[in-house]
Design a binder for this molecule. Structure first.
Ligand SMILES: Cc1ncc(COP(=O)(O)O)c(C=O)c1O
Length: 390
């Protein structure tokens, strides 16, 4: 392995899994700033919020009878709004196979203190047994586990004639994977992921069955204002037309409109899914011929095409203690950061030691190609330094 660094660098070193790379050609000066400094309740403010809603509905192909609203608190805000507002009347199945799914288990069992709950967990790299899920209960799950790079392969395990609601945290899946809307009653995400937008706001999508639950059930616990979606027992439908519950960042909204305009220009969701799949394919071809690295996801079927998590399988690293592996990865990623070729690619703090390369639509396939020789170079350098230190 050569100690000479590769001659070409990726055009963008932003491979973080959130906030993710801005779309190609992004410029802050391209944002429409007319609304900045104006009330979000002005005619103009409302029209920009409505435009953001309509563009998302169109690009994602949301069914006409579903609602889509912009809420506070990023994806977490949207998920918790759904959990606090909808759970209670039915028993719950909650699934987790990485850090964020585990957060929803904590919410359900320790904060809401629901009693009739089946917790279905799997280790990093695996999925729980989906055939055990009972969709006549309410089901809470993550479509793509961002910190393990494991996704559910499809929605076939969800009954069409279910009695429960399916509540799906899809923040690192939407715009990169095809979601079966008719199988999903609540879908949440934030703009900071595949769209390359800003954090801060969540998007909450509700099916007619979710709305029926909201209108027929009042939870026994207190409901913060930012979670309240009904007025006088009826859905506050204006929230889903752009009358947000509290003040949004109109700069984040304009940034989302810019990202959505880019998405439309390149060919909509189909093209975004294609770009993400091509990025994954580029990594797959490289992993196949590189003996020291492998996917954390155990099978191809459940491998994410957005947050691609990789583990070091060479004995020089995998033979080390967890702490020494973390130290190796710190040095490996610091080298890449110093060279300005890859930022923020260390695995999530609670995940097994490794790296994570975002493959969402805003990442250029050519940049992934240019990154690969750098990964090889940094690996050789870090192993050499390790040997020297021993
Ligand atoms: C699957 C998943 N859920 C929830 C979150 C939290 O998102 P936010 O910080 O937008 O609230 C993340 C963030 O990475 C995530 O990946």
């Amino acid at each position: 392995m050569s100690s000479k660094p590769p001659s070409k660098k990726p055009h963008s070193p932003n491979f973080s899994s959130g906030p993710c790379a801005k779309h190609p050609g992004y410029k802050l000066s391209h944002l429409d700033t007319k609304v900045l400094g104006r009330s979000h309740r002005s005619k103009l403010g409302k029209s920009r919020l409505k435009l953001a809603i309509d563009m998302q509905r169109e690009i994602l192909g949301i069914p006409a009878n579903y609602h889509l609203g912009i809420v506070a608190g990023s994806d977490t805000g949207a998920v918790e709004m759904a959990l606090w507002s909808l759970l209670g009347p039915l028993p719950v199945d909650v699934l987790a196979w990485e850090a964020f799914g585990k957060d929803w288990i904590t919410d359900i069992t320790k904060q809401l203190k629901l009693k009739d709950v089946r917790v279905m967990e799997a280790a990093y790299g695996k999925l729980p047994d989906l055939s055990q899920v009972d969709t006549d209960r309410d089901v809470v799950f993550t479509w793509n586990g961002t910190t393990s790079g494991v996704k559910v392969p499809n929605g076939e395990w969800i009954k069409s004639s279910r009695k429960g609601l399916t509540i799906c945290d899809a923040t690192s899946a939407v715009y990169a994977m095809d979601l079966p809307w008719e199988k999903l009653d609540v879908v949440t995400y934030s703009w900071q992921k595949v769209l390359g937008g800003e954090g801060g706001h969540g998007v909450l999508i509700l099916s007619p069955r979710a709305v029926a639950r909201l209108e027929s059930y009042t939870p026994s616990w207190p409901m913060p204002k930012t979670f309240r979606m009904t007025k006088g027992g009826k859905l506050a439908a204006d929230i889903f037309e752009g009358a947000t519950i509290n003040t949004p960042s109109m700069l984040a909204v304009e940034d989302a409109i810019d990202a959505l305009s880019w998405a439309k220009i390149i060919g909509g969701k189909a093209e975004m899914v294609k770009r993400s799949n091509l990025n994954l394919k580029t990594l797959e071809n490289w992993v196949a011929k590189t003996p020291w690295i492998d996917f954390l996801a155990e099978t191809k079927e459940i491998r994410s095409n957005t947050s691609v998590c990789l583990k070091f399988v060479d004995k020089a690293v995998s033979g080390l203690s967890d702490e020494a592996q973390q130290d190796f990865i710190k040095k490996f990623t610091a080298l890449l950061e110093k060279e300005e070729v890859a930022y923020d690619i260390a695995a999530y703090r609670d995940a097994p030691p490794g790296i994570r390369i975002w493959c969402g639509a805003t990442v250029e396939h050519h940049d992934i190609e240019l990154l690969l020789p750098w990964l090889e170079w940094a690996f050789a350098q870090t192993v050499q330094n390790l040997a020297k230190a021993a």
